[in-house]
Design a protein around this ligand. Structure first.
Ligand code: ZN
Length: 221
């Protein structure tokens, strides 16, 4: 599996393009929000002769789905998001306006409800879906065991965790998602978060203060 990372929109959101030998690709958290960013993403896809089949989202916050409409229009991709984050999808315009970002169109309707699935596939690649509510109720992490790559959205960052003060967020739920469902999968796993640089689970177990204090029982969660 190959990975390309783009940083899009004023929120500096990470968009990931994944593909394999079949040239089929998926776009995780398409945050491209203007002509320049749309062209940047499309040029990469077209230059590498990739075939986009799905726009898949770790959660429904506006900065992670501003580019889904463009991908649907240009490539006819399916849009995959947990239906538990429908309230975020429906609020993409108002969410963006809080950050002075004007969004011309609503986010597309959900084609594939990730809450009902254990994995997604493209080409010869399978990504496991791990439910990680807490940042939002429908938050998920995507994980390819074969390569040890994980896409953590806004659940787990390099040395930080996602906000829990937004509508639908909950600190206790988020910490249980991280400590119970992500950390035990193995220190060597590389995490690709929704903002900032990549890391490993091993690094986070040692240097992420939110994770360390939870593991050591220094905080109730
Ligand atoms: Zn978010």
């Amino acid at each position: 599996m190959k990975i390309a990372k783009f940083v899009f929109n004023p929120i500096m959101e990470n968009t990931y393009l994944l593909w394999d030998d079949t040239k089929e690709c998926i776009i995780i958290d398409a945050g491209n929000c203007n002509d320049y960013e749309n062209t940047q993403l499309a040029s990469y896809i077209d230059k590498n002769e990739l075939k986009p089949v799905m726009a898949v989202n770790t959660h429904g916050h506006f900065d992670h789905l501003l580019g889904v409409a463009f991908l649907k229009e240009r490539y006819g991709v399916k849009f995959a998001l947990s239906a538990k984050d429908e309230y975020n999808r429906a609020a993409v315009k108002s969410g963006a306006s809080l950050f002075c970002i004007t969004v011309a169109q609503d986010a597309p309707q959900i084609d594939i409800d990730l809450d009902t699935l254990d994995c997604i596939t493209f080409g010869n690649t399978t990504l496991n879906i791990i439910k990680t509510p807490g940042h939002t109720p429908g938050g998920i992490v995507l994980y390819e065991p074969k390569s040890g790559q994980m896409f953590t959205g806004d659940t787990l960052f390099q040395e930080s965790i996602g906000r829990t003060d937004l509508p639908g967020g909950d600190y206790s739920t988020l910490m249980h998602s991280i400590i119970d469902n992500i950390i035990p999968l193995g220190d060597q796993i590389i995490i690709h978060p929704g903002h900032g640089d990549k890391s490993t689970i091993g690094h986070e177990s040692l240097y992420n203060s939110f994770v360390v204090e939870a593991i050591n029982g220094e905080v109730n969660y």
